[in-house]
Design a protein around this ligand. Structure first.
Ligand code: NAG
Ligand code: NAG
Ligand code: NAG
Ligand code: NAG
Ligand code: NAG
Ligand code: NAG
Ligand code: NAG
Ligand code: NAG
Ligand code: NAG
Ligand code: NAG
Ligand code: NAG
Length: 594
């Protein structure tokens, strides 16, 4: 009998099973994870500091699932402040209740736990999770997510001999709370203290630049084998150039879509982006090789220490890596080089994605645009004496009551739906203003970066076709340069300073979805909004109902019951236990025995 969750049945009580029955679908297997989020002290750059670990590990463990799995992740907040994890790139079809940002979820209070329940419907690829509130990503709390293909769907390359996850990111030795204090005071965060690779500092490639005793990451490989290397930039705000000495990076996938496979010797990975490369160990093993992630679009002679260095170690290696690092791209006077590299990332339209039909079967280039949003960002401004960042002149306030929960409970005045579809001349304001988006619309969003730094933008709930990049002001004529055939579809896009990036999104996922700057400082200062995508005929069938264990906060705080913290089964009564759950339990019991 195909009952979801049955394979792990022994792990669960009837009550748990009942909880699952409310979200999983027949035949799609159930997988569960427990993530305990706590502080640990480590010294990645030689200075002891408190970081956020998951299950005692920094970075956290991989969530390894397969297309269409029903996933439960029980998150225990063992920090001393509120926590929310978000699942970058996981689409949460019609289920924004699980997205894990303040506009969709109440934070998990300290000492509480909360179980996320979602299906990784029709998705494959490389993603990651991270804490979405309180600037916590600056202290860690992140980890990879891998969604494997179902066995019946072929991947567009030979099965790799191994899988290696590499999390890179700029890093400060100050805590996330100290960094927030600096931003609140209107300061710039300044140059990071380094780049970490899988939570570790650089290999001592130069005794002047790297102190003694730093623990570095080392990847053990066998000669002749090909590995799928999944690289995620989980840092705050620095674009990193990734390269492996003497090895080609064969680009294969980005954020859930297979690319045209082509070789690169170095690749720019912007904040929040994920890529899979196929790397063949085709070099002689006369020594180990450097794996480098160095700061990009900065003065490299000043930013030398903002360089992550790990080691690629062949099993038959004759000695350590030595000599200078492979050089960064030499194109500081060539603004187009990085943009051209971005344009070269194209979708393999004939490859199957999560479904057997080719990724290119949705002919996005022939669909009429229903709405255009021109979203412009400028350098931070002062509003009411506070340093704030804006989109179209609006700096977003940290929500206290999740928007859809407010809708469900018929609360008014929690948010406005008047986000302007283009920049206009008025003094900047601080507000909670959402985009009133049209369910089933097909929209064009142009991100115009009038700031002086590289920015990335992330769209929750969707994957967007990245149809164009260009310098200067976007205009209607810019549409002539769009890629209408094989643009990559992804969830996180870079917008070069003084330039624009255009994306197309098919609004088929009902819910309320965060659109934000993925640069942590800009996001913190208010550079975000949400798209409200609600079926006007919503009759309880398009969107999922809030989960049984939904948390209440803000204006709805009165509805939340205390959570008990014993390990006994009684704890569930503190969450979402109700008569509905009990009925489901009985129903499920009958279903199993039948
Ligand atoms: C993930 O699960 C697949 C099977 O579903 C397994 O082959 C693979 O080794 C696992 N990867 C990790 C990193 O655990
Ligand atoms: C908290 O964890 C317990 C198991 O330790 C689980 O029974 C309970 O459902 C979880 N609470 C929520 C709200 O998910
Ligand atoms: C695209 O995918 C097809 C089908 O899996 C594969 O045979 C082909 O090699 C891929 N092409 C490129 C250029 O990556
Ligand atoms: C180490 O880095 C310093 C500072 O950039 C440089 O002057 C020196 O030449 C480097 N040493 C070696 C051995 O490369
Ligand atoms: C990529 O480079 C490898 C050598 O590292 C080579 O074997 C392979 O044919 C190249 N693939 C493409 C598509 O250029
Ligand atoms: C091994 O490869 C390295 C890097 O490609 C090269 O510099 C070196 O000469 C080679 N050594 C031998 C013994 O082939
Ligand atoms: C980078 O910084 C160095 C040292 O301050 C300076 O001499 C150099 O001119 C700068 N380079 C650029 C391209 O601004
Ligand atoms: C798209 O718009 C054009 C012109 O406005 C119209 O002729 C065409 O029928 C539309 N196509 C679709 C698929 O709606
Ligand atoms: C949002 O858009 C819908 C349909 O386009 C419209 O009917 C509704 O009045 C709008 N709501 C607000 C508050 O502007
Ligand atoms: C870009 O647009 C702004 C108005 O938004 C204008 O002031 C500026 O001159 C334009 N820049 C260029 C290069 O056209
Ligand atoms: C920002 O806009 C101003 C005025 O529109 C323009 O002069 C300036 O060049 C722009 N800067 C960037 C980095 O886009």
């Amino acid at each position: 009998m195909a009952l979801c969750g049955l394979s792990s049945f022994s792990l669960f009580s009837f009550l748990h099973l009942a909880l699952l029955a409310s979200f999983c679908f027949a035949a799609d297997p159930f997988v569960s994870n427990e993530l305990r989020v706590s502080y640990i002290t480590v010294s990645p750059l030689g200075v002891p500091q408190q970081v956020i670990a998951v299950n005692g590990k920094f970075p956290g463990p991989v969530i390894n699932v397969t297309t269409n799995n029903n996933v439960a992740v029980n998150v225990y907040n063992e920090l001393d402040e509120d926590l929310l994890l978000t699942w970058s790139g996981i689409q949460m079809r019609h289920n924004s209740w699980q997205d894990g940002v303040l506009g969709t979820n109440c934070p998990i209070p300290p000492k509480w736990n909360w179980t996320y329940q979602f299906q990784v419907k029709d998705q494959i690829g490389s993603f990651f999770y991270f804490p979405s509130t309180n600037f916590q990503r600056a202290s860690g709390g992140f980890g990879p997510i891998v969604i494997n293909n179902r066995e019946i769907i072929p991947i567009p390359f030979a099965q790799p001999d191994g899988d290696i996850v590499i999390m890179i990111g700029d890093w400060y030795t100050q805590s996330h709370t100290a960094l927030q204090t600096a931003l609140d005071a209107g300061k710039d965060l300044g140059m990071p203290d380094g780049v970490l690779i899988n939570g570790k500092g650089p290999f001592q490639y130069n005794t002047t630049l790297v102190p003694d005793g730093i623990e570095y990451e080392s990847f053990n490989v066998d000669p002749g084998k090909t590995y799928r290397i999944r690289v995620h930039n989980v840092g705050l705000s620095t674009t990193l150039n990734f390269r492996i000495q003497s090895h080609n990076l064969l680009l294969a996938e980005t954020e859930g879509h297979y690319t045209i496979q082509s070789n690169y010797t170095q690749f720019d990975i912007h904040v929040g982006q994920s890529y899979s490369f196929l790397v063949t160990m085709d070099q002689n093993a006369s020594s180990d090789y450097y794996v480098v992630a160095s700061a990009r679009f900065v003065n490299e002679s000043l930013w030398q220490r903002v360089t992550g260095v790990a080691i690629l170690h062949y099993s038959n290696s004759k000695g350590p890596a030595a000599g200078p690092l492979p050089p960064p791209p030499d194109d500081i006077y060539d603004k187009e080089a990085s943009m051209n590299q971005a344009r070269s990332v194209r979708q393999n339209t004939s490859a199957s994605g999560a479904r057997p039909n080719p990724q290119g079967s949705f002919h996005y280039g022939q669909i009429n645009i229903t709405d255009t949003y021109l979203l412009k960002v400028v350098p931070p401004v002062t509003i009411n004496g506070k340093a704030r960042a804006t989109i179209n002149g609006i700096s977003f306030v940290k929500p206290e009551t999740p928007f859809r929960l407010a809708d469900q409970n018929k609360l008014r005045g929690i948010y406005k739906l008047d986000f302007p579809s283009e920049p206009f001349n008025r003094p900047p304001v601080i507000d909670i203003s959402l985009i009133n988006a049209t369910y089933k619309g097909f929209i064009e969003i142009v991100l115009q970066n009038n700031d002086t730094t590289m920015q990335t933008f992330h769209m929750d709930g969707y994957s967007a076709f990245v149809v164009g990049y260009g310098y200067g002001n976007w205009s209607e004529d810019s549409r002539n340069s769009y890629n209408k055939w094989d643009a990559i579809s992804r969830c996180t896009v870079q917008v070069y300073p003084g330039a624009w990036t255009a994306i197309f999104i098919s609004l088929d996922n009902a819910g309320i979805w965060n659109l934000r700057s993925e640069n942590l400082d800009r996001w913190y200062l208010g550079q975000e909004t949400y798209l409200r995508v609600v079926n006007p005929e919503e009759n309880g069938e398009t969107e999922m109902a809030p989960p049984d264990n939904v948390l209440y906060c803000g204006a709805l705080k009165g509805l939340q019951r205390e959570q008990h913290h014993s390990n006994s089964a009684a704890s569930i009564f503190g969450g979402g236990f109700n008569i509905f759950t009990l009925l489901l339990a009985l129903f499920t019991a009958i279903f199993i025995s039948g």
